[in-house]
Design a protein around this ligand. Structure first.
Ligand code: FPP
Length: 254
């Protein structure tokens, strides 16, 4: 059983509650921006704009809670098939976001990282991301990892090609290729696997996200659309995670 303690004072902030078993790494599929906007008769891009505000809110909250890694699925390799206007808007978001969010990222000691094929993004997006990575590289707190132009199958395929190359060039022998070594060929090699994967907006699928890395992650699917995902919702997900019994294929110790 998990234990956590809530002070009697109802006015206290959620951060003030003592939470045990905080996941080290939380990954989020930020879904439902389009439907959120449609429900309000707004253009889809307004949903993405609000989604960006949620990114800021949840990043600060995760940092305050002491979560060490937060990976956000911001643009998949499949998202290029969306209408041009929407893709253009999404490509403008990194610049929009970092131009206003950088002081808070610094204040919160957050380090920005990225996974996915950034080289193929438009220059403005690429520059904004590289600038944010550079400016925050000495920060030692939360690692905020954006999955941008990311697809897990492609990531795995590229890892296989790199391993084959290293094998051909006698850098690695066949008997040395273990799960651990394979993980080092993935774009996530610097990060532990996610403990918790959250997907918002009621869809219950993985959509080509971190397929190798989530082998033993806990999944939480919430009906709340990403623009409506609040600190309270995040906190509820963490509570649910804390109640889970993670056995990694083994038996419970109790
Ligand atoms: C999915 O909702 C969301 C996305 C494809 C984009 C998510 C991006 C952000 C929230 C902003 C990220 C910020 C940066 C800096 C890149 P959807 O459009 O698929 O929603 P729907 O399923 O309701 O249509």
């Amino acid at each position: 059983m998990f234990k956590f303690f809530i002070k009697k004072n109802k006015k206290e902030k959620l951060e003030d509650k003592i939470i045990k078993k905080i996941p080290k790494h939380v990954a989020i599929i930020m879904d439902g921006n389009g439907r959120w906007a449609k429900k309000r008769n707004l253009p889809r891009i307004k949903g993405h704009y609000e989604g960006m505000q949620t990114v800021k809110k949840i990043t600060k909250y995760a940092s305050n809670l002491g979560i060490e890694y937060l990976t956000l699925y911001a643009f998949s390799t499949e998202n290029w098939s969306r209408p041009k206007q929407e893709v253009n808007y999404l490509m403008g978001l990194p610049e929009k976001m970092f131009s206003s969010f950088m002081p808070e990222l610094m204040e919160n000691n957050v380090q920005v990282r990225v996974i996915g094929n950034v080289a193929d993004l438009p220059d403005s997006a690429k520059n904004a991301i590289n600038k944010a990575i550079e400016e925050t590289k000495s920060n030692t707190g939360l690692k905020l990892i954006f999955a941008l132009n990311y697809g897990s199958k492609l990531e795995i395929l590229n890892a296989v090609k790199d391993i084959v190359n290293d094998y051909k060039n006698d850098v690695i022998s066949l008997d040395k290729i273990s799960e651990e070594i394979f993980s080092n060929y993935l774009s996530t090699k610097d990060f532990p696997n996610p403990d918790l994967l959250i997907r918002t907006s009621g869809e219950q699928r993985i959509s080509n996200f971190l397929l190798w890395q989530i082998a033993y992650s806990e999944f939480i699917f919430t009906k709340v659309a990403w623009p409506d995902f609040t600190e309270e919702e995040f906190y509820k997900s963490l509570q649910e995670y804390q109640a889970r019994d993670r056995r990694f294929g083994g038996l419970n110790e109790d």
